[in-house]
Design a protein around this ligand. Structure first.
Ligand code: NDP
Ligand code: 2IT
Length: 444
């Protein structure tokens, strides 16, 4: 057995019931085999991979809060502090009923390599809760956030661990979390990113993941002497990442025809009217079905199956493993040419292999959605400097970072004779910086 296979087998044996974590580790270790093979003895002696797959620490805690009926509710809270070799732990908080340790470990593990690719000094972490913000009143969300932060505040700080948003955590939640941190710790510091503009947030952070995804897509498409303009595009999800991916894709002349939420998908052959999606999702916190009720010519289909609509470009921006082999086969059969992952690990391993074997240009999430965390790191810089950059400045930096990531990923794939395999390129390029820092810092 190779060193990478041995470590993968150990991960599975030692972390039972964590399928998402196994999946994320497998993808990375399979990619790293070509790197490890060149110097296997040294990597083994230093147990680099064993250290890489074991979080530095996982904090898990009880989150009691009182609902509007006066009943005490209890949720699970977590923070996975995965790797601090290149900077303070950095990564979002996810509030969704599906959250468990496996999902947060997969997200924290991915974050290590993503954050490395940004070129900025941020380590990997992730956290969250199985709390479901859907259908809760603002007061209930605040009560939950305050209780969650009361415990989490012991373990984070501007130079230690800097959480941000993810699924179910947007501007409202970050505001309540920030207020409670400040109250408990008495410090006005850049401990969270994605803050409101009136209290230390960065311009463009709200848009950054979606915009960055499309900047990356633009590089992929240009590398094939092609353009986004005129292409038919599907964007899955209708949350933060999806909405701003649609916005930028439309600005570049793409035609987005479909979006979804966890209940079903909409198809608008005339092109999605984003102001209506924003009103439904950002203002009313409603369901995507309402779009078809408001827009003539648009239709709504309950359940999964958005991939049945023909597209040139597919941008999965909802959640992990949303695109499986069956969906991938249909996309390919209908002529889809490009997939860039706005969500984290939205494509199963089988589907990823299938689309890559069938000529689809595929960019994995850890490269394609890195614009969000990169702009979070820019927010940290602005907070440290006690100043704010203009929207143009931040947007330009974001664009440059996404271009740099594309070239890092592309170069790494070429160096190992894997041209066009951006999964390998992203994992290798992300790993190189982290492993260099780990070696330099000794056995820690
Ligand atoms: P939001 O909570 O804003 O939106 C999530 C969207 O995905 C909602 O439309 C939600 O629908 C939908 N969704 C969730 N689960 C499913 C499902 N099982 N099937 C179909 N749709 C589903 O989250 P974000 O937009 O912030 O995050 C989306 C993805 O992007 C996640 O994978 C996240 O980890 C990743 N990401 C986010 C970044 C950020 O800066 N926010 C940065 C990088 C990656 P519903 O309302 O029905 O739940
Ligand atoms: O998955 C991600 O990169 C995020 N949810 C954003 C993390 C961040 O710290 O901005």
């Amino acid at each position: 057995m190779s060193y990478t296979e041995e470590v993968y087998a150990k991960v599975v044996a030692q972390n039972p019931n964590e399928p998402e974590f196994h999946q994320a580790v497998k993808e990375v270790l399979d990619s790293l085999k070509v790197v490890i093979d060149r110097n296997e003895e040294e990597y083994r002696r230093l147990s680099i991979l064993e250290r890489l797959v074991e979080p530095e620490r996982i904090i898990s805690f009880r989150v009691p809060w009182v609902d509007d009926k006066g009943t005490v509710q209890v949720n699970k809270g977590y923070r996975v502090q995965f790797n601090s070799a290149i900077g303070p732990y950095k990564g979002g908080l996810r509030f969704h009923p599906s959250v468990n340790q496996s999902i947060l470990k997969f997200l924290g593990f991915e974050q290590i390599f993503k954050n490395s690719l940004t070129g900025l000094p941020i380590g990997g972490g992730k956290g969250g809760s199985n709390f479901d913000p859907k259908g809760k009143s603002d007061r209930e969300v605040m009560a939950f956030c305050q209780s969650f932060m009361t415990e989490l505040s012991k373990y984070i700080g501007a130079d230690m661990d800097v959480p941000a948003g993810d699924i179910g955590v947007g501007g409202r939640e970050i505001g309540y979390l920030y207020g409670q941190y400040k109250r408990i710790r008495g410090q006005y510091e850049g401990v969270l990113t994605g803050k409101g503009l009136s209290y230390g947030g960065s311009l463009i952070r709200t848009q950054a993941t979606g915009y960055g995804l499309v900047y990356m897509l633009n590089e992929m498409v240009n590398a094939k002497n092609d353009t986004i303009s005129g292409k038919t595009i599907i964007v899955t999800g209708s949350g933060n990442v999806a909405i701003y991916a649609v916005e930028k894709a439309q600005q570049l002349g793409g035609k987005v025809v479909a979006m979804c939420d966890s209940n079903g998908y909409i198809y608008d052959p005339a092109g999605i009217k984003l102001d209506i999606v924003k009103d439904i999702k950002e203002v009313k916190r409603g369901r995507i079905r309402e779009y078809a009720e408001r827009v003539e010519g648009a239709s709504y289909t309950e359940g999964q199956g958005i991939w049945n609509i023909r597209c040139d470009i597919f941008l999965p921006c909802a959640t992990q493993n949303e695109l499986d082999l069956e969906g991938a086969r249909i996309l390919v059969a209908n002529g889809c040419k490009y997939i860039a992952e706005g969500a984290n690990m939205p494509t199963t391993l089988e589907a990823t292999n299938y689309v890559m074997e069938n000529g689809v240009v595929f960019m994995p999430g850890k490269a394609a959605n890195a614009g969000g965390v990169a702009t979070s790191a820019l927010e940290m810089s602005q907070n440290s400097m006690r100043l704010s950059w203009t929207a143009e400045e931040v947007d330009q930096k974001l664009n440059r970072i996404m271009k740099d990531i594309f070239h890092k990923v592309d170069d790494a794939s070429r160096r190992y004779g894997l041209e066009g395999n951006y999964v390998a390129g992203a994992n290798i390029a992300g790993f190189e910086k982290v492993v260099d820092a780990m070696k330099a810092q000794g056995i820690v």
